[in-house]
Design a protein around this ligand. Structure first.
Ligand SMILES: Cc1cc2nc3c(=O)[nH]c(=O)nc-3n(C[C@H](O)[C@H](O)[C@H](O)COP(=O)(O)OP(=O)(O)OC[C@H]3O[C@@H](n4cnc5c(N)ncnc54)[C@H](O)[C@@H]3O)c2cc1C
Length: 362
């Protein structure tokens, strides 16, 4: 789409997370004259994580479970830069990229997701396969599958993390490998599966009955479950629990609590204690009003999780409950008066620790 309007605002969408996909779709359907959108994304095909278990189980193909941001960006009249952001120069309002020159913005929205926290447990980064980033995981899962087939299915596989992602992942991996091992002419009974979680039950952020039901399902399928089992360290072929117990495993998948991108710490944005971007209910940075954050990377200031929202997916739930269907970045670009109101509120927030910037008007 070619716009004949002069460019008045550069809106940069960092990361092709779920919120930004919706923002692009909305602006494609209802363009905003004068606003130029730029999407910076590490990969052009962005995965829809809700379908990841189905992709692993073999129910869906790659194209079913990924969104091609190329046609989407064209539909929205947006520029698409395939690159990885490595920093933000807040003073000069530029996103710093790994391979291309900095990208200037008037408004910036960050939707870069999170990764499982392998940093806190010694050995996990070296010996476990993190489920995110998903693009990296899919390649590592294919390599795991090849090792399982080479071992004729005599492999023990463990998933660390008994939240929704971990339980879903384990059941999907089990289904896929049993089928593939049988199809290769080996006995799938050689496969052994283990689920390890630090909380007392499975699915700790869901009602207890749901956790019990999934535990029954695991037992029926012969899956060993270690609940209330905190992993202390990981070594080749084994997990060590805080209790001193050792669990021997050939393959270890890691889906524990999410961690933010470490480079955010150097930006000067106000972050919460764990390093997620602190935002208001309008998903606007509490320290820099021209910056927004959505999805896993955002920590909504003062918002309590409803019980049915899985861990870090919280902000998406918050967004769905508190905001209109489009993200704060899009509503900010459309409604300058709302921006100014929320700028006043956020700049007076006592929680913002970073420097204050001049309010942005869209
Ligand atoms: C197995 C599994 C199943 C799940 N199922 C569900 C479910 O059914 N429902 C649900 O609500 N949640 C589910 N989740 C949780 C869900 O993954 C996250 O809550 C959701 O993906 C978060 O979306 P997001 O927009 O924050 O970012 P993501 O969807 O993670 O997207 C972030 C994007 O930013 C890009 N990116 C990251 N860093 C950079 C960078 N530096 N520069 C440029 N681009 C970058 C990434 O490549 C990616 O495309 C599941 C998670 C797992 C692991």
């Amino acid at each position: 789409m070619i716009s004949t309007h002069p460019i008045l605002k550069d809106v940069v969408l960092l990361g092709a997370g779920h919120a930004h996909v919706t923002v692009l779709r909305m602006f494609g359907m209802k363009p905003l004259p004068g606003a130029r959108f730029t999407l910076i994304t590490r990969e052009v095909h962005t995965p829809y994580s809700g379908m990841l278990p189905g992709l692993i189980a073999g129910t869906y193909g790659f194209d079913d479970s990924h969104i091609d941001t190329g046609p989407l960006a064209r539909f929205a009249g947006a520029r698409l830069y395939q690159d990885e952001a490595i920093g933000i120069d807040l003073e000069n309002r530029r996103v710093l990229c790994k391979n291309r020159p900095p990208v200037a913005y008037d408004l910036l929205s960050i939707d870069i997701g999170s990764t499982p926290n392998v940093g806190d447990v010694p050995g996990a980064a070296l010996h476990a396969i993190p489920v995110k980033p998903i693009d990296g995981f899919l390649g590592r899962f294919e390599a795991l599958r090849a090792r399982v087939l080479a071992a004729k299915g005599n492999v023990s596989i463990g998933v660390v993390g008994a939240g929704a992602g971990g339980v879903e992942l384990l059941l999907s991996v089990e289904r896929r490998l049993e089928r593939d091992v049988a199809a290769a002419g080996h006995d799938p009974a050689g496969l052994a599966f283990t689920l390890v979680g630090a909380s007392d039950g499975l699915l700790p952020s869901f009602p207890a009955a749901m956790g019990r039901r999934f535990r029954e399902i695991c037992e029926q399928r012969g899956i060993r479950v270690f609940a209330g089992a905190r992993v202390d360290r990981v070594e080749t072929g084994a997990l060590h629990l805080e209790t001193g117990e050792r669990i021997a495993l050939d393959e270890i998948l890691w889906t524990t609590q999410a961690a933010p991108a470490p480079w955010l710490r150097d930006t000067g944005l106000a972050l919460d204690a764990r390093g997620f971007v602190q935002v208001t209910l309008a998903l606007r940075s509490v320290s820099h009003p021209e910056v927004f954050a959505a999805g896993d990377i955002a920590a909504v200031d003062g918002y309590q999780l409803p019980i049915s929202c899985p861990s870090r997916a919280s902000t998406r739930c918050a967004k769905a409950r508190r905001s209109p269907k489009i993200s704060a970045a899009s509503s900010a670009a459309r409604r300058p008066r709302r921006i100014n109101r929320s700028v006043r509120r956020s700049t007076s927030s006592p929680r913002g620790s970073g420097p204050r910037s001049a309010p942005a008007t869209a």
